[in-house]
Structures are given as structure tokens and as C-alpha cells.
Design a protein around this ligand. Sequence first.
Ligand code: SF4
Length: 368
Amino acid sequence: MPLVLGNLLATERRLIIQMEKKTNELIKKALDMASLSRDEAVFLLELPLCSEAVYSVMSAANTLSRSSFGNKGERHLHIGLNAGPCPYNCRFCSLAKNLGFFTTEIVFPEQQVLQWAIDAQAEGADGLNIMTTGSFAFEKLLETGRMLKNHVSVPLVANTRDISVKEGQALVDAGFSGFYHAVRLGEGRDTPFSREKRLETISAINESGLLWMNCIEPVGPEHSKKEIADLMVLAYENKAVYSGIMRRINFPGSPFERFGMINEMELARMEAVSRLVMADACRAHCTHEPNSAALLAGGNLFFPEKGSSPRDREAETGSGRGASMTRCVALLDEMGWDVSLPSNVFDARPIKNARPNCARALKSSLPA
Ligand code: SF4
């Protein structure tokens, strides 16, 4: 072998050994329930995809989630109350007015919303995430919360515009337990909102007694690992009840079509890194849209969908892209997550730190 080639191979081997050594150190740290720094998360996000090191990270995240969440598979039904031209024009959103997909305001009738909620409760939903567009009347969201609270016992989570502490308290009074809110990737560039405003809302959520639910979103191939890791650490530091990864969906006509989308393998790797960063702060770990790969990488929470969705050109995403409750159960079940257990998300109990609880999954896979 020529000397130069031999030296190159030796250097490459040394780099691989160093990479594996550092990965193993970070995995050990995470399994001891210590969160990772932004730089450590970036290191893991930059490992070669499909390398053994990435599978080790996914395995560690899987172990953490199976043990912390007691093998519970969660389903929180998203219900979008209205589909209409939203004047805020976030560039990744199908409801943006300037895209022209929705020209008139559709508000789903109360009876329809109630029926979705009743059906979801009958199918064992763990939460109901009630979403509105950014310009939807706040009072109407409160009314919907009060109406649902009178008929279903599934905990309610609001997903709407930025709020104040007073508005957070009004949501609590109306029956909401949580509030989904995210500092978006590309905030201020792809949206008209500032990071500071989002952070103020997260403080208001915590101060008003609502649980803060989060996801790193909407992830596309154009986002740097640094900005993704930054939001992971933000979720940990502000103690999100759950976080996770949602990839950006390029609906037909999306301004992001030219960038493509991340694939489920990349989504699963990010899911795993996010789970390690969240350490003992979270009570579940979400992924969207529902997929099996993330369920092997620390994900245990799906959002089936009804009503409007910022990822769909159909007004009622239940007849479009949105996954059904049944589909979500099937995916969770195939990956050995038990949907019949009680939710961990709305419970004040600290999460467990025990050995993986795969007994049921193992039992069902053994020959009789
Ligand atoms: S993401 Fe929300 S605020 Fe932004 S355009 Fe869509 S509905 Fe409006």
C-alpha cells in the first residue's frame, strides 16, 4: 500500500475511534439523566447518518423513553377549529393568506368539534389539542374549551397565538390544562413573530398554571444543526412537559418545495438527540407526522388530526393528510408502546428512572 494512502487510512481510523469514544461518553451522560449542551447535541446531529454511532444514540433514547414513560404510548388528538386565510403568512403554513389556498373562513360547527372529541375519548385519546389560526377570536377558543369540558374528561391543550398571563389564566378557568407553543425554526424570518415574543408567551404559560407543550418544528433540510440544537436546549431549560421533532411538510405549492423535506431516518436521529437533551424534564416525547422510525428513537407521542391543519390543503385534514386515531394506535402497537396505560403528561408524578419496561412487548413477540 502506498505510504500516503496508508497514512490517510490511519488518520480516518483514528477519527472514527475518537467519534465513537465521544458518542459513547455522551450516551453514558444522557443515560445518567444529565442533559446535553448545545455543542454536544450538535456533535450528535452531525454524526454520519446510518452509522453505528447514530443507532447507538437512537438505542439510548429508546431506553430512556421506555423506562421514563413506563412504555406508555400517547395519542393527543389535534382538532383545528378553523381553516381560513391567516394574515400572518408564515411561509411554511398552508393557511397563509398570501398562498391563496383558503379564501374564505371556515369555522367547524360546534357539534362537529364535539363529536370529534367524544369519538376520540371513546377511542382512548390521552389529550385534545385545540388549534386555531393566529387571527381566530380568543373568546371563541375559551367558549370551545368550556363547551368541551362539559362533555369530555380528556385534558385540553390550547394551540393558538401568543398570550399574556391573564389570557393564560382565562384558559385555565375555561378548562384547559396545557398550551402548545414553539419558538419556530426560522422565527422572524419565515414568520412575522419574534423569538422574544415567543419566550414571553412561554413564561406566561408557566406563570398562569398551564403546562407548556413544545416541539422542534417545522424542521427542513435547510435548517442548521446549531439552530435545531438551540431549540432542543431551550425546551429542556424551560422544562417543556413534552418536546420532540416535527418535520416540515411540503404541501403542493409550498414555498419550501425547492428545499425538499428531511426523511424519516433523519427525523428519527433528531428525535433521539432531542430525547437525550430533554433528560428527566419531559413526561413524553412527540413526533409528527406519525411514523414508526421515531418510535424506535425515543418518541412515544403521536398527534392524530381532525379539522384544519397548517400542513394540508384540505380544510378537514381528517379526510386529507391527518392520521386517524386507529392508524396511530396501530403504529404504536407495532412498536411495542402500550396505549392502554394512563397518560403521564397531565400527571404531576415525577417521571420514572428505571430499567426499560419492554416486558409486555417482549412477551407478545415470544412464540407461545
Ligand atoms: S402558522 Fe399560525 S399564525 Fe402562521 S400563518 Fe399559519 S395559522 Fe397563521
